[in-house]
Design a protein around this ligand. Structure first.
Ligand code: SF4
Length: 263
């Protein structure tokens, strides 16, 4: 088994010993998932070729105006805020209706100096309760996906969402909420200045690419957000519901790695 596979096996074994076997999508046993990933690793050469084609063929700049960035210019205090000032502004923010029902503002997790910035959609109940993005089962799967490509949010990944406050009942974000919150994310990306952006889920993918296409049509290509390479993939929560998409998510991660390896 490759070093990557060995590390993933150790990770899975650790989670199993912690009594969390359910983190594997579709109820697969960790060994079954390892088998799947090992098979994918054997196909790495082919996947890399596919990723190279993707990188060569399509480096697209978003063309549509991003919701919020033009309709509502970044307030001056956001545009010049440093990281801690931005965080303080977010924690006190009441720019949209979601401020009324939240328990906490979920600003970020991980390393603000990380190479990779993962952008999700919005906090759920676990995130609202803890103030940390990507916790619970979906968060564990995200960590597993990152571990499979030798990345971790403790060391090299910064994680946040388009919306910093939980929509009630986990409903979809509304356009005016995204518009209100977008200046925070825009400044967040400027300050973190990652090498690569990974949009997980439809709303992050659409906002960052400036497209209204479905996620399945957006993934598989490399975009540019303000000059930062951007890859799109499924949200881990969607992967938990649709384990058949795991192979596609793996290909997206390989595309992302292709870009990071070239840096
Ligand atoms: S979702 Fe964003 S804009 Fe709305 S209150 Fe929370 S931080 Fe402010």
């Amino acid at each position: 088994m490759s070093e990557r596979g060995t590390r993933l096996a150790a990770y899975l074994d650790q989670r199993r010993r912690l009594g969390e076997p359910g983190i594997v999508p579709g109820g697969l046993a960790p060994g079954e998932l390892l088998g799947l990933l090992a098979t994918e690793a054997e196909r790495k050469t082919g996947a890399k070729k596919k990723a190279e084609v993707g990188v060569r063929a399509v480096v697209r700049a978003a063309t549509r105006s991003r919701a919020g960035s033009e309709a509502k210019p970044v307030p001056p205090q956001l545009g010049t805020a440093d990281y801690e000032e931005l965080r303080e502004i977010a924690l006190a923010c009441t720019r949209c209706r979601l401020a009324e029902g939240r328990k906490t503002v979920v600003f970020s997790d991980g390393n603000p100096a990380g190479r990779l910035m993962v952008v999700g959609e919005a906090p759920g109940a676990d995130e609202d309760a803890t103030g940390i993005p990507f916790v619970g089962q979906a968060g564990k799967l995200l960590d597993l996906m990152l571990a499979s490509v030798e990345l971790s949010r403790q060391e090299s990944v910064y994680v946040c969402n388009v919306l910093k406050c939980r929509p009630p009942g986990n409903r979809n974000p509304r356009p005016d909420e995204i518009e209100a919150c977008a200046p925070l994310l825009k400044r967040q990306i400027e300050l973190v200045a990652p090498e690569v952006l990974l949009a997980v889920g439809l709303f992050a993918a659409q906002w960052l690419t400036g497209s209204t296409k479905a996620l399945g049509k957006l993934r598989g290509e490399v975009y540019s957000y303000q000059g930062v390479p951007l890859v799109v993939t499924y949200h881990p929560a969607a992967l938990l519901r649709n384990p058949g998409w795991s192979r596609l998510a793996w290909e997206d991660l390989q595309l992302m790695c292709q870009i990071m390896d070239s840096k």
